[in-house]
Design a protein around this ligand. Structure first.
Ligand SMILES: CC(=O)SCCNC(=O)CCNC(=O)[C@H](O)C(C)(C)COP(=O)(O)OP(=O)(O)OC[C@H]1O[C@@H](n2cnc3c(N)ncnc32)[C@H](O)[C@@H]1OP(=O)(O)O
Ligand SMILES: CC(C)C(=O)C(=O)O
Length: 517
């Protein structure tokens, strides 16, 4: 019988610390539900003391998650811990995760505390957290650059104070796998009460070693790994959940433990997180990249056709992709469309939602001869997202580009049920389209990012556009997909406008309220 490795997902907390990845409460709840479906053991829902919005989001997650443990991060002080306890209170299974830095540089330069004060703060924090829940985790921030003797001292004290999980973060991604593994092994061996706690690791990817360091730690006794979907996280990100889980599953001959993760949920969850944050997954990303199970060269294709395992170490279906190339086109019907999407892990909430997605699929099939899984996933997340927020809809778009003439665009939108039209010139067709939309919705928002990715290959590929808008301290990402990138851009802009509206920013904006013909 193998040990169980606890998967602690921090997409909603450390993942959200990726610059530009902030999520609304509703989006966090959708991600938390997907994580629960995937059977993640612990969901770090946020940092309750960070803001009222973070508090409300942690609470909303705590109200709807029943199987996974819901956790909030808290500094080692009473105010943060009390807020965390209040936010997670509705969850049937709850954890407070308190932390303080233990490296000489952090203690001296950042906290400006003597090591004795740091130990005292850690003990006080753990004791206070234990008055709210038995499930308390303590992290030694920047453990990767901390002195092992001091780590032993503070961890022993934290366990005595009641911590049941001890997390050893490599906060700045500085360690190397053999060193980090050795650190974990020696801590477990040297700390007399180590057997009373689960040892955990939280690795950052500054040198691209987060997954390798996490696995080295687990091979040396850690039994919890903290990770995020698509490896999102502060700076270069955290260890990617999908890589950790699939390395352990695929190399079961090496790892004396397994996780409880339902791996078929990996790809749908990755797509959901990418759609919500606006961070595209690079095509060659392990497990969840569009090319992760694609074979391009003849010798490889020949090998795979004769015997799949010649070039595949995992089955695409096991992580939520399809093994066979999807053959869906303009002659397909609703039943095949729905069945294919169900195989991909999507369910439709209503017949209306299915009908809308199917209509979009037919439009797309008219324009491109091959529809891939990624096209379908983009199409469905667009439909589901549109239904959640659609206050503004794109009805018509005409953009004109001609050498020597300033591009001009005309758009027609449906704003709260009213048809509105406008036209504008711009430096390019996309600029003109954005200006025309702004002439109607008048958000005054600042465009922070515009990026185009092709979802599949070929000149008839769908372009997936991400637009980031900022207004009154609120930043949102909008996404749109189409074979025509000007239309995809307009959809993305309208999507972002809807998100601003959903975030209440525009409700208070009189010009938006009065937008009309
Ligand atoms: C490694 C990590 O990922 S840790 C998590 C990082 N995540 C975040 O910081 C996101 C949420 N943070 C926030 O919203 C804000 O930083 C808040 C609300 C927590 C604090 O805001 P402010 O009170 O304005 O403080 P500010 O962020 O400027 O500075 C942090 C303060 O916390 C102290 N601090 C940092 N870590 C800890 C800790 N673990 N325990 C106790 N105090 C700490 C710092 O020394 C500093 O104190 P000082 O103001 O007395 O110098
Ligand atoms: C708070 C801890 C776990 C953290 O995020 C880090 O050290 O990177």
């Amino acid at each position: 019988m193998k040990d169980t490795l606890i998967i602690f997902d921090t997409t909603l907390r450390d993942g959200e610390q990726s610059p530009g990845a902030s999520m609304t409460q509703d989006e966090k709840v959708r991600i938390a539900k997907a994580l629960e479906r995937m059977k993640v053991d612990v969901i770090e829902a946020g940092f309750a003391a960070a803001s009222n919005g973070d508090f409300a989001a942690v609470r909303a997650v705590a109200q709807c998650i029943t199987e996974s443990v819901v956790c909030s991060l808290a500094r080692a002080n009473a105010a943060d811990i009390t807020k965390a306890a209040e936010a997670i209170a509705p969850a049937p299974r709850k954890r407070i995760h308190t932390f303080i830095a233990t490296s000489p540089i952090h203690m001296e330069k950042k906290l400006r505390m003597h090591p004795d004060q740091v130990v005292q703060a850690a003990v006080g924090a753990v004791k206070l957290a234990r008055t709210f829940t038995d499930d308390v985790e303590f992290s030694c921030e920047d453990a990767g650059r901390s002195e092992p003797d001091f780590l032993c001292r503070i961890i022993e004290a934290a366990i005595d104070a009641g911590a049941r999980t001890i997390n050893i973060p490599d906060t700045v991604g500085y360690t190397l796998p053999h060193m980090f593994g050795e650190l974990i092994r020696s801590l477990i061996e040297r700390i007399p009460n180590a057997h009373k706690a689960v040892f955990s690791v939280h690795c950052h990817n500054d040198l691209g070693l987060a997954v390798a360091n996490s696995l080295a730690a687990a091979l040396n006794g850690a039994r919890q790994i903290e990770c995020t979907i698509n490896g999102l996280g502060e700076r270069a990100g955290n260890a990617a959940l999908e890589e950790i889980v699939m390395a352990i599953r695929t190399r079961a001959d090496v790892f004396p433990f397994d996780t409880r993760i339902d791996t078929t949920q990996i790809v749908p969850t990755s797509r959901l997180v990418s759609g919500i944050t606006g961070f595209p997954v690079q095509p060659n990303k392990a497990i969840v990249g569009a090319n992760a199970f694609a074979h391009e060269s003849g010798i490889h294709q020949d090998g795979v056709l004769k015997h799949r395992q010649t070039y595949e170490i995992m089955r695409a279906e096991d992580v939520g992709w399809s093994a066979n190339r999807l053959v869906l086109g303009k002659h397909s019907g609703r039943a095949a469309f729905r069945a294919r999407l169900e195989e991909l892990g999507y369910t439709f909430k209503s017949d209306a939602e299915l009908a809308e997605a199917f209509a979009r699929f037919k439009d797309l099939a008219d324009k491109k001869h091959e529809i891939f899984d990624e096209d379908l996933q983009a199409l469905v997340s667009e439909t589901q997202h549109a239904q959640a927020h659609e206050r503004v809809q794109l009805l018509e778009l005409e953009a004109m580009s001609k050498t020597g003439v300033r591009p001009v665009a005309r758009v027609a939108l449906l704003v709260d049920g009213q048809r509105c039209e406008a036209q504008a010139q711009g430096d390019g067709p996309v600029d003109a389209v954005f200006a025309a939309i702004e002439n109607i919705v008048k958000t005054g928002a600042k465009l922070l990012l515009f990026s185009v990715n092709n979802i599949t290959t070929g000149t008839d590929a769908q372009g997936e556009v991400t637009v980031r808008l900022a207004r009154e301290g609120r930043t949102v990402n909008g996404q749109g997909a189409d074979t025509d990138i000007v239309i995809a851009s307009a959809k993305a802009y309208v999507n972002a406008v809807n998100r601003l509206s959903a975030a209440s920013v525009l409700r208070a904006h009189p010009q938006f309220e009065s937008a009309g013909p």
